[in-house]
Design a binder for this molecule. Structure first.
Ligand code: ADP
Length: 658
């Protein structure tokens, strides 16, 4: 259809289930790659740091070896001067001082004679049981012997002394042309050595410790234990004897740039995953909304297609913008042919062109009556049909008036049915009148009898007078006048019956209800007299006229009066009273007929107005049904209530014209 605000129902098929996994897989791959890169960088960093550590350690080792060699050379040089007889000269003392420089690591120099006895010491040292061959327990004695036999400096094992200090010695044998003069012993403090020989920058980065051959730490540069596991161990050679130097980095160097890079990449990855997830949620909601929309569209289309009411939209210029299938079926033109057309439309009946155009203008001017208008339209095959057209403004989603929406109902059949019903109703009313007349026939005959009998007797009187030759003009005139009156009365009765029975279209005119009620009473009075019913009238004076069909109103009154009389048939004679009242009440003229009969039980009340419902042996059961139709035709009401004094009151109301 045209003017379709909904999307087409053939929307793209939903993506396969793996579709949404793809971005996650890509992000997972990305994160894995990043993690591998990070790990590789970290490993490379660790390797680089390890290489630096090894380099530094080798440098330190070289430094120490160099120091040891220098010390050895100095001690060798000092030897002859120290071991010659007599006290060491000033040069030798200056050299000793130089050798004992704290930077050298040496804390004492001893010199031994060829027998291994301490000949001197700087600083002075006399505890002979610690050094020399005599004390076999002296840890350096083996070094002493080895140095002497090998003829080169030999380092002793490390040994602990007081104050948690560890020392070791170097024994430098001194020869003079192959003759052993003695040995110069340099005592090293391991702790001093580490303290002095390791430069500040090295000890800032690393913790340096020395362990013995049992793996026990015997000296350390710092007491602070490092956090990192990056360490390197080399044999402490010299002095050897299984000593090792352990160098441990305090902390591995943190490389901030790759870390920051990786961190940002990680955050980026998380943001991508989050945004993907959000996107997916959004898409899912969108898909749901689309599905709902398309279901709604399908439902609305099905509804539109199944509608029997024609729908047609026009823009503000009167051009057709939309028609539903029912409208197309009704007029016989397709939607494609109709949409876009401007008046006059092909379905406007030529003979009603002017009126249809006027209706069209009325709609475009916004003056279409809300209850709709009936117009005559034409099908494609030329067949005419009556349509009820209800127009309403077409407002778009922004609240803008964009045209007119009209519903078109083919009321041809309905009108035909209404006409049929009206005719039937009329026939029914006529029948009811006939029935009422049948019931009244005997009383009417009696009623007619009276004027006829009177006429007859007046006539006989006249004839007698003529026969006797008496011709009193005055009396004759009176008698003839009376005859005339009686004839008029009979004629009136016959005319009234004739009008009552005749079937005719309703003829609305200004009517005085009081007069009609009196006439109705006049019609039923003979019957009432026969039944011993007293009819009382309490009619409000100066009532306004109503717009009504007098015969129909009279019919209602006669019906209500007769029903009231029937209801009192079993009453004692003195209680057979029927009260007819009229009054004006809130814009309506109210007329009531109150009897004192048996009343209406609830089971009867339910069906009272149903056609052909009766409780009487000879009743037809259509009286009240017709009375109500007449009341409704006059835009009035027919109702009933219990009479407080026993019996029933029927109320018949008619609108008073403004
Ligand atoms: P009918 O008089 O031919 O029976 P109506 O339609 O006039 O048909 O009345 C239907 C029924 O309503 C009556 O048979 C009667 O039972 C009941 N009815 C009508 N008027 C009265 C009344 N005033 N009092 C009691 N019953 C009534």
């Amino acid at each position: 259809m045209i003017l379709n605000p909904l999307p087409p129902s053939n929307s793209a098929p939903p993506p396969p289930s793996w579709y949404w996994s793809l971005p996650y897989a890509a992000v997972a791959l990305f994160i894995a790659t990043m993690a591998t890169l990070l790990w590789l960088t970290h490993r490379q960093d660790a390797e680089e740091q390890r290489a630096t550590l090894i380099n530094d350690v080798l440098w330190m080792e070289q430094n120490l070896s160099f120091q040891f060699e220098r010390n050895d050379a100095q001690l060798t040089q000092l030897g002859p001067a120290l071991l010659s007889n007599g006290r060491p000269n000033a040069t030798a003392e200056a050299r000793i001082k130089q050798a004992l420089d704290p930077e050298s690591g040496l804390i004492r120099i001893l010199w031994l004679d060829p027998n291994g006895r301490v000949r001197g010491s700087e600083p002075p040292y006399t505890d002979s049981h610690l050094v020399g061959e005599a004390s076999g327990t002296f840890p350096s004695s083996s070094a002493y012997r080895l140095a002497r036999s090998l003829g080169r400096p030999v380092y002793s094992d490390a040994y602990a002394v007081l104050d948690n200090q560890t020392q070791f010695e170097v024994h430098v044998p001194i020869f003079d042309g192959g003759r052993y003069l003695g040995s110069v012993v340099g005592v090293y403090s391991l702790n001093n050595m580490l303290g002095r020989q390791i430069p500040w920058w090295f000890s800032e980065r690393y913790r340096v410790s020395v362990s013995n051959n049992l793996g026990t730490e015997i000296a350390a540069k710092s007491k602070v234990s490092p956090l990192s596991s990056l360490n390197y161990e080399i044999p402490f050679e010299p002095p050897g004897h299984g000593l090792t130097v352990n160098v441990t980095a305090y902390k591995s160097e943190v490389r901030w740039i790759p870390l920051l890079l990786m961190g940002s990449l990680g955050i980026l990855g998380a943001a991508i995953v989050w945004s993907l997830w959000q996107l997916r949620r959004h898409m899912k909601r969108r898909q749901q909304a689309e599905r709902a929309l398309s279901a709604e569209h399908a439902f609305r289309k099905a509804m539109e297609d199944s509608l029997n009411t024609g729908m047609r939209a026009r823009d503000l210029t009167g051009k057709i913008t939309y028609v539903n299938p029912a409208f197309c079926r009704m007029v016989g033109w397709s939607a494609e042919e109709l949409v876009g057309l401007m008046p006059p439309m092909p379905y406007w009946a030529p003979e009603a062109l002017e009126r249809t155009r006027a209706v069209h203008e009325l709609v475009l001017g916004g003056n279409a009556p809300p209850q709709g208008m009936e117009i005559r339209l034409m099908r494609r095959n030329g067949e005419r049909f009556d349509a009820l057209l209800i127009e309403a403004p077409l407002i778009d989603s922004n609240g803008k008036h964009i045209g007119w929406m009209g519903s078109v109902v083919d009321v041809t059949e309905q009108k035909r049915a209404q006409e049929l019903a009206r005719q039937q109703q009329e026939r029914l009313q006529a029948t009811a009148r006939l029935v009422t007349m049948g019931e009244m026939a005997s009383t009417l005959a009696h009623e007619l009898n009276q004027p006829l009998a009177a006429i007859s007797s007046y006539n006989t009187g006249c004839l007698n007078m003529l026969g006797n030759g008496e011709l009193p003009k005055k009396e004759l005139t009176t008698i003839l006048e009376k005859i005339g009156k009686q004839a008029q009365r009979a004629g009136q009765i016959i005319r009234r019956v004739h009008t009552f029975v005749r079937r005719s279209e309703p003829k609305f005119e200004a009517v005085d209800v009081n007069i009609i009620l009196k006439e109705a009473v006049g019609l039923v009075e003979p019957d009432a007299e026969r039944r011993g019913v007293l009819i009382e009238l309490e009619l409000e004076e100066n009532l306004p006229c109503v717009h009504a069909d007098p015969v129909m109103i009279e019919q209602v009154a006669v019906n209500l009066i007769r029903n009231g009389m029937d209801a009192m048939a079993d009453n004692p004679r003195e209680t057979r009273r029927l009260l007819i009242q009229t009054q004006q009440q809130s814009g309506m003229l109210l007329c009531s007929v109150a009897d004192q009969g048996k009343g209406i039980p609830p089971e009867v009340a339910e069906k009272l107005f149903a056609p052909f419902f009766t409780t009487k042996a000879e009743g037809m059961g259509i009286g009240l049904n017709i009375c109500r139709s007449i009341a409704e035709l006059h835009r009035g009401r027919l109702s009933f209530e219990n009479n407080p004094g026993g019996g029933t009151i029927f109320h018949f109301s008619l609108p008073i014209p403004p």
